[in-house]
Design a protein around this ligand. Sequence first.
Ligand code: SF4
Length: 301
Amino acid sequence: MEIFLAEKMGFCFGVRRTVDITMKIIENKEQNVITFGPIIHNEDLTNYLKNNGVNYVTSLDEVDPKKTKKVIIRTHGAKKEVIDNLKSMGINVIDGTCPYVMRVHRIVEKLSKENYPILIIGNKDHPEIIGVIGYIINDVPYFVVKNIEEVEQLKNEGKFEKLKKIGIVTQTTEKIDKVRKIVNYLMDFIPEVRYFKTICYATDENQGAIHKLAPMVDIVIVIGGKHSSNTIKLYEIAKSYCYRTYHIQNEKDLDIGWFNYNDKVGITAGASTPDWVIANVVEKIREFSEILRKGECHEVT
Ligand code: SF4
């Protein structure tokens, strides 16, 4: 069996930065540290952190100031109010928010200070968007939309009628084609439209790499959380080239029955998959390769 790794896979810059911050804390054996929300969507990593004393909370009510020295803000960020409240409890806040997400915070803060109503293109329930909304000040109106249909609906309800201006930002994982449509649509009837390109292309690089790799191999293994949207996207792309594509969370999900002794195996991983999980998968496939090779030789002789 030959193993081929996608040129680009696994942690993006923002995730790596937050994970490194957290690992340093574990390395230094610091006590009473928690993260606000799971720092990334990956069970293996969350369990690792938990086993090493770094648990996560999902609300301020769960934070006990007497037992908490440091709180790490996760890659997706958090509302400004959350950070301010933690600080007022005397807790040391380590901001692990991805710098690209922080930029969105600064933009909406500035726009709302200048009284621009704000349109956010993204998923209103996603932690990144919940955090972004938390930076809107001055009670300016804001709207969160997933697609052009939702914008049209708002228009039909008269929500944009009196608007002379609007500021637009997007969730970092949005697709440019969709955003273009929405911006163009609003430009038709709102006199001043200020659009800020806040899309991050880090996950696109992983997708580009699997477009290249999948057609060249016999089987593709996609590693990542079952609910990780960028991992599911990688799976869909790989599957469109290679019907023997499997989505696994870690090496324990691998099945030797999927492989032939002479397969070319392609491997990719979602943006929240730790390097050690990838390494374990590679190791396990090497073991399978050895078992299948011996089996094949035995048959031949
Ligand atoms: S995908 Fe982009 S915005 Fe999101 S954490 Fe990674 S680098 Fe930051």
